[in-house]
Design a protein around this ligand. Structure first.
Ligand code: G6P
Length: 443
C-alpha cells in the first residue's frame, strides 16, 4: 500500500507542531508520505511559519514525509486518506467577543459553553459542512477527524444534517482526566483506565480502574480532599465542595465547574477580564510568543511552551485515533461519535462523548446504559441545547438561535438571552452569512 496523505485544515494553528510530532512518533505504524497544511488568506503568514517548522521537524527525524502548505483547500483534500480540522472562524478576536459580551451581562463568557459556545457553533458548523461537501467530491473514502470546537455541537450537526459517516470528534479533556488521575494516584497514565460517558466538555468518568481494579471511590475521595491536577490550562482550578463531590460519586470534567460553580467561575472570569484579560486575550499573547519561537530556524522540535495551551495532548489523541482506524487496532478510546444506543435516554442519532472500540470502520461506542440520575438531567439539557444550536447554524433561523440561547442553563432568562443574542449576532455578522441581521423577529 502506498503512503498516506493527510490534510490538516487550519494548518497555520499554533497546535500544528504537536500534530507533526505525533505523526513523526508513529511513523512506523502510520506511514505518512504527504502532509498538507491548509489555511485561509488571513492565516497565510502563520501557515508559512508552521509549514517551515514542520519541514524542519520531519527533516530532523529523517523521515520521507513531504510537507505542503496551501491556501487551496480542494488541492489538499484531493485523494486524502485522513482530514483533520483545527480551524477557528474569526480567529481569537471572535473568541474574545464570545467571552466579553456575555460577561458584560453577568453571564459566563466561555469559548464552548453558554452564549460563547453557541456563537462559535453558529460560525463553525456551516464551514465544517462545506468541507464535507468538498470531501464527498474529492476524497469520499477519507476519515474526517475534527478537533474544531465546539466539538460536540459540530459532531451533532454532521450526524444530523449530512450523510457523511466517516467522522469522529475529538477532545483532549478525557486524556487530561486520565493524566490527572494518574498524577493523583502517582502512577503511569497507561495503568489507569476510565469509562467515559456524556457529551463533549460535559463528560464524566463513571468508573476508574488502576491495573484493572476499580478505584473510583478512592479517586473521587482524593479529588474531594483537595488534591489538584484535575484541570486544563484554560480553566482555573477552584476545587470542588468535598461533600458534593463525594455525593456525586463520579469524576466530573474541568468544564463542569461552569455548571456546578457558576457564581464563583463568573466572578473569577470578571476579575480576569479586568486584570490580565479574558482567556482569548491571554492566548493572543501566548500565540504571539509561540510564533516568535517557531520562526527560529534552529528550532526543530515542538517547543515546551506549547504545553501552556489548554489543548495540550490533542495531537496524541488524534494520532492514536488515526493509528487505530488505519491499523484496525480495536483499542478503547474516548471519542465524539453517534450514540447508537450506548447511552440510554439520548437519541440514538445524537452525538455523545463515550469510550469506544476503534476499528477500521470507525468507533463502536461501548454500551453505558443509563447515566447516574444526578447527571442525567444536565446532560439531557445540554444535548437539547446542542441539537437546537445545530439546527440554528444550518438553517440560519433567528428563532432557533434564540431558543438555543434561552434553554442553555448558563443563561438565566429569555429577555437576557435575546439581548445577548442580538448583540452577539451583530458583533459576529461578518462570520454569520446564513443569518440576516437585524433578524426579522427583532425588528
Ligand atoms: C481545552 C479544551 C479544548 C480547547 C482548549 C482551549 O483543553 O478541551 O477544546 O480548545 O482547552 O485552550 P486555550 O489555550 O486556547 O485556552
Amino acid at each position: 500500500m502506498s503512503g498516506l496523505k493527510i490534510a490538516t485544515i487550519g494548518g497555520g494553528s499554533s497546535y500544528t507542531p504537536e500534530l507533526v510530532e505525533g505523526f513523526i512518533r508513529r511513523y512506523e505504524e502510520l506511514p505518512i508520505t504527504e502532509l498538507w497544511l491548509v489555511d485561509v488568506e488571513e492565516g497565510r503568514e502563520k501557515l508559512r511559519i508552521t509549514g517551515a517548522l514542520a519541514e524542519r521537524m520531519v527533516e530532523e527525524a529523517g523521515l520521507p514525509i513531504k510537507v505542503h502548505t496551501t491556501l487551496d483547500r480542494r488541492e489538499a483534500l484531493a485523494g486524502a486518506d485522513f482530514v483533520t480540522t483545527q480551524f477557528r472562524v474569526g480567529s481569537l478576536d471572535a473568541r474574545a467577543l464570545d467571552e466579553r459580551i456575555p460577561l458584560k451581562h453577568g453571564v459566563i463568557g466561555q469559548e464552548t459553553n453558554g452564549p460563547g459556545g453557541l456563537m462559535k457553533g453558529l460560525r463553525t458548523i456551516p464551514v465544517l459542512l462545506s468541507i464535507i461537501e468538498d470531501m464527498e467530491e474529492l476524497c469520499p473514502d477519507a476519515w474526517l477527524i475534527n478537533f474544531t470546537n465546539p466539538a460536540g455541537m459540530v459532531t451533532e450537526a454532521v450526524y444530523r444534517h449530512t450523510n457523511w459517516r466517516r467522522f469522529v470528534g475529538l477532545c483532549n479533556v478525557p486524556v487530561g482526566m486520565q493524566m490527572g488521575t494518574a498524577a493523583m494516584l502517582d502512577v503511569a497514565p497507561d495503568r489507569v483506565h476510565i469509562d467515559f460517558a456524556g457529551l463533549n466538555h460535559m463528560v464524566f468518568g463513571l468508573h476508574i480502574y488502576l491495573d484493572g481494579r476499580e478505584v473510583t471511590t478512592e479517586v473521587v475521595d482524593k479529588l474531594a480532599s483537595g488534591e489538584s491536577g484535575m484541570t486544563m490550562r484554560n480553566i482555573v482550578d477552584l476545587g470542588w465542595d468535598p461533600d458534593f463531590l463525594r455525593a456525586l460519586g463520579v469524576l466530573p470534567c474541568p468544564y463542569h465547574r461552569y455548571y456546578y460553580k457558576t457564581k464563583q467561575m463568573l466572578e473569577r472570569e470578571q476579575q480576569e477580564a479586568e486584570e490580565e484579560g479574558t482567556r482569548a486575550e491571554v492566548v493572543q499573547q501566548l500565540e504571539h510568543e509561540l510564533f516568535e519561537l517557531y520562526q527560529d530556524t534552529e528550532l526543530r522540535e515542538k517547543p515546551e511552551q506549547l504545553s501552556q495551551r489548554g489543548g495540550a495532548y490533542y495531537s496524541d489523541a488524534a494520532c492514536s485515533l488515526i493509528n487505530s482506524i488505519y491499523n484496525d487496532k480495536r483499542d478503547i478510546q474516548p471519542v465524539n461519535t453517534k450514540n447508537n444506543g450506548a447511552i440510554s435516554g439520548i437519541d440514538p442519532g445524537s452525538a455523545v462523548e463515550v469510550s469506544s472500540v476503534i476499528t477500521k470502520d470507525g468507533p463502536r461506542p461501548i454500551t453505558v446504559g443509563e447515566l447516574p440520575v444526578a447527571v442525567q438531567g444536565l446532560v439531557q439539557q445540554i444535548k437539547s441545547f446542542e441539537r437546537v444550536a445545530a439546527e440554528a447554524a444550518v438553517s440560519g433561523s433567528y428563532e432557533k438561535a434564540l431558543l438555543a440561547m434561552t434553554i442553555n442553563p448558563l443563561v438565566q432568562s429569555d429577555e437576557l438571552a435575546k439581548t445577548i443574542l442580538d448583540e452577539m449576532l451583530d458583533a459576529h455578522r461578518a462570520y454569520l452569512p446564513r443569518f440576516t441581521h437585524p433578524a426579522p423577529a427583532a425588528e
